[in-house]
Design a protein around this ligand. Structure first.
Ligand code: DCM
Ligand code: DCM
Ligand code: DCM
Ligand code: ZN
Ligand code: ZN
Length: 268
């Protein structure tokens, strides 16, 4: 996701976590405001474009070598290379926060990565190898040449709620949090926690990646790459994508809150 998606995920999570979780992460992140998670949500994207942070670029995604739209699927041992992937990263940084031997500074870095990566793993094209996660698929959006990955990260969320600002993200988060607590998502939130186990972060994250990757076959390119390549996607394509974007951002925020609750309980 772009900055809007990541900041929204963080705001959803901060309105759902337990009070003791808020206390723990406000101290770890040294930020006592409501934006303690939102304020670090995009750090990992700035870091990976620095020379000191280049190593972390592969941790934002997993290149599932499936065959959309005929067959989708993520296989951890096949798809996560030595250089790392988003599933392995969620596992490693979760363990680091729980480890008593790890310094406060390293836990602070780990928390910043986790807030970001639990967002990215819910973006369907972050769980897909084809054409570099869609970066190599040229498309147009409102007349502007771009690529399929970028419209899922940024153009479609911004068309939905407005250009990026903390206020726009907070407002979108409030809408999705209401859907989670009392609205359209309420009945399904219990199912969103299925497969989540702090003792097995890899299989937990694989559940989230597999679910997001399935949308590559059903929504991102249901008729294959050639049906989207070179096309204007701000019309019918956008309308079909919106419910999936809303759902995936909501799930990411809800699961980030639940995961941080488990971690804060685990470190006590
Ligand atoms: N980005 C950035 N710095 C750059 C180029 C891009 O921060 N020099 C941001 C723009 C996108 C985001 O990276 O919103 C995409 O990264 P990801 O989807 O991995 O979060
Ligand atoms: N960094 C690190 N060790 C890790 C992960 C990340 O040192 N395991 C990075 C994060 C910091 C950078 O090192 O941005 C240097 O720290 P600072 O930016 O606070 O000077
Ligand atoms: N990306 C991805 N899968 C890849 C390569 C990149 O999901 N195999 C993501 C990371 C960024 C966006 O695509 O969100 C652009 O990446 P970059 O800035 O590395 O081109
Ligand atoms: Zn992206
Ligand atoms: Zn990212």
């Amino acid at each position: 996701w772009g900055a809007l998606g990541h900041t929204t995920v963080a705001y959803i999570a901060s309105s759902l976590v337990a009070p003791s979780t808020q206390t723990y992460f406000q101290a770890l992140l040294n930020n006592n405001t409501d934006a303690y998670l939102a304020g670090v949500a995009t750090w990992a994207d700035s870091f990976r474009y620095t020379s000191a942070g280049r190593w972390s670029a592969p941790l934002h995604f997993i290149d599932a070598e499936d065959n959309p739209p005929v067959s989708c699927g993520v296989v951890y041992n096949r798809d996560c290379p030595i250089k790392g992937c988003v599933i392995g990263a969620i596992g490693n940084y979760t363990k680091r926060i729980l480890d008593n031997e790890v310094s406060h500074y390293e836990k602070y870095i780990a928390a910043k990565f986790l807030v970001h990566f639990i967002g990215d793993i819910h973006q369907p094209l972050h769980d897909e190898n084809l054409d570099i996660g869609g970066n190599g698929i040229s498309v147009n959006f409102t007349g502007i040449p771009t690529n399929l990955h970028a419209i899922w990260d940024t153009n479609m969320p911004e068309k939905l709620v407005g250009s990026y600002s903390y206020a726009a993200a907070a407002k979108w988060a409030a809408t999705l949090t209401a859907a989670i607590k009392t609205g359209a998502y309420k009945a399904e939130t219990k199912a969103w926690l299925q497969g989540m186990d702090l003792n097995d972060p890899i299989s937990s994250a694989l559940t989230w990646a597999s679910e997001a990757n399935a949308f590559v076959c059903t929504t991102v390119m249901p008729q294959g790459v050639n049906a989207v390549r070179g096309q204007e996607l701000s019309g019918a394509y956008y309308l079909a994508a919106v419910p999936v974007i809303q759902l995936q951002v909501a799930r990411a925020g809800y699961r980030l809150a639940a995961w941080l609750d488990l971690i804060a309980n685990g470190v006590k």
